[in-house]
Design a protein around this ligand. Structure first.
Ligand code: 16G
Ligand code: ZN
Length: 550
């Protein structure tokens, strides 16, 4: 009863927007910030219930990532540090769309009973709150606090302005009983980076003053955080541009999404940067791409996307595993074959998949969206996942970590300082450097930099691992995007009937042609992706398939 009146009272302050249907989608609720108050308030309630149910800390992040500055969004971090469990998404949708306070409260009551959640009991709930730099974030954060406060026993802990991966990292670390403040995060990243760089054979070490990367911070939270992190590193010079302090607008002509989709350099970059290694973060710093400015005086760039970051990581891990494997025939009781898996989506450039397979790697596909890739990667001892857009990470199983620890101990007495022991130590350092909760542009950047140093590679050398097939992405506005249903990791359309056949008969006309369509998880559009051996062909294919959809 106390609970009921508490909810009714606060709900009355947050009436839902009229005539909008909200959906939790691929990455939480996203919309124009002006209509999100009630949604964020309700997600606050949801987060509290999730925390009570799991008897763990959960997170609530307010961000609209790479979308425009006037948008915002909200999503929940599960106790593992990953995305909200998919079986709670329908309830999230119901809550967000409940037309009245009465209906909202009865939905909650019903759900609490069904899930056996004990309200107002011994159990307490704790929710970590984070937000990106969007001006609307502060107000929305207050709405989230109101929602959390309306659930008996729930407390909110405001962690301030964070990157999305920092919040995920904190939730993950807290639930493992580890230290989990922002400075612990920076400390872990910088110390494991130093450790990894120290394990590089001296022959390939680059002079630190020649070793520079220039990073586009998308005028968002990532640039700000990178400024702090860079002061804790040595052996690497990082210059941050578009840090948000210079008056530039978040994600406008800057950021990883812009660079990857438009394939031109962001604001503040230009011909002065020819030959320099450049990188770009997105608005909440969970995506990372690299690029170099083309020397032909156009605004074009050579893009080094998520697929190539994935390839670099996979090569390095595979190399370390085979160094470790090298002493397999010697006396060792500690035999173990680590299963390495690589996860991509249909957006992965065909040339990358071909390259990875030729390198002897196991490649699997999932639909778009971090939750799907992460889930698949977790099924391996070491699972590496990346979307072409630059979101990805490397997951290490508990099993492989204890094997590496044991291996390191064994080698410390048998062959101290050997390449084998170093390989074990390098892999352990990678597991600490790379964010185990979610893709993280800051930790990804440091791992790329360490591996390039290790390989002694320039960005050009890295980019030449394989040559991307020309591709084109288009979007088609539709009334009802749910009418398109796909299968096989979004590579085939199963409904409406006839569409897949039409796509197939277009695609076969082009050498190395590949094309798929899928409903966006974040906008009311159908997306079209086409790739072929020439840019003209990729463009024509994309356009003709778009007109089939229209
Ligand atoms: C979201 C997803 C991203 C995906 C994108 C696709 C997360 C954290 N983010 O940004 O992984 O690539 O949506 O958008 O899952 P779309 O469905 O509109 O093409
Ligand atoms: Zn993002």
């Amino acid at each position: 009863e106390e609970q009921r009146s508490l909810l009714l009272k606060s709900a009355a302050l947050f009436s839902p927007p009229q005539g909008v249907k909200l959906s939790y989608g691929t990455a939480g609720f996203r919309a124009d910030a002006s209509i999100l108050q009630s949604t964020v308030y309700r997600v606050g309630i949801l987060a509290a219930l999730r925390s009570l149910k799991t008897r763990s800390v959960v997170g609530l992040m307010i961000t609209a990532s790479h979308n425009k500055v006037t948008d915002n969004g909200v999503k929940i971090t599960d106790p593992s540090g990953g995305m909200l469990s998919q079986d709670w998404e329908p309830f999230a949708d119901q809550l967000a769309n409940a037309p009245t306070s009465e209906i909202l409260v009865s939905l909650i009551t019903e759900f609490v009973e069904k899930e056996n959640i004990l309200l107002g009991g011994e159990q307490s709930a704790q929710i970590l709150l984070g937000r990106d730099t969007r001006p609307s974030g502060e107000n929305l954060l207050e709405a989230a606090k109101q929602g959390i406060k309306s659930v008996l026993g729930a407390t909110a802990l405001d962690m301030g302005v964070l990157t999305t991966p920092q919040l995920h990292w904190m939730v993950h670390a807290r639930n493992k009983g580890m230290k989990a403040t922002e400075s612990d995060y920076f400390e872990q990243l910088s110390s494991s980076f130093r450790c990894l760089v120290d394990l590089i054979s001296n022959g390939t070490k680059i002079n630190p003053t020649d070793n520079k990367v220039v990073v586009d911070g998308a005028n968002g939270v990532g640039g700000e955080k990178l400024e702090i992190l860079k002061s804790m590193l040595n052996g690497l010079a990082i210059e941050v541009r578009n840090s948000g302090k210079g008056g530039g607008v978040l994600n406008e002509g800057v950021g990883a999404d812009f660079v990857q989709k438009e394939k031109v350099f962001p604001h503040e970059f230009g011909f002065k940067d020819v030959g320099i290694r450049c990188a770009s973060l997105d608005g909440d710093a969970d995506r990372l791409v690299y690029f170099s400015v083309a020397s032909d005086c156009s605004s074009k760039i050579d893009l080094v996307d998520g697929d190539k970051i994935l390839s670099l990581f996979a090569l390095f891990i595979k190399e370390q595993l085979s160094v470790l494997d090298g002493e397999k025939n010697e006396r060792s009781d500690n035999k173990y074959q680590a299963r390495l898996g690589v996860v991509q989506t249909a957006y992965a450039n065909g040339a990358s998949t071909k390259y990875l397979k030729q390198s002897g790697l196991e490649v699997i596909f999932t639909p778009t969206g971090v939750k799907y890739l992460h889930e698949k990667a977790a099924q391996y001892d070491i699972g590496i996942y990346f979307e072409a857009n630059g979101h990805g990470t490397i997951l290490f199983s508990e099993g492989v970590l204890s094997w590496l620890e044991a291996k390191n101990n064994e080698l410390a007495s048998l062959a101290k300082g050997s390449e084998q022991q170093k390989a074990a130590l390098r892999l352990l350092a990678v597991s600490k450097l790379i964010n185990q909760a979610v893709g993280d542009a800051l930790s990804g950047l440091l791992l790329v930099e360490a591996i390039l140093q290790h390989m002694g590679w320039s960005i050009h050398k890295w980019n030449e691992l394989y040559q991307d097939l020309p591709s084109r992405q288009l979007k088609v506005k539709v009334v009802d995007r749910t009418a398109v249903v796909t299968a096989n990791a979004e590579t085939r359309v199963v409904s409406p009937p006839g569409i897949q056949e039409a796509i197939d008969s277009e695609t076969v006309k082009y050498p190395q042609g590949r094309c798929f369509i899928r409903p966006s998880g974040t906008e009311d559009v159908i997306r079209v992706y086409a790739e072929a051996s020439t840019q003209e062909d990729a463009d024509t294919l994309a356009n003709s398939v778009a007109s089939i959809v229209d």
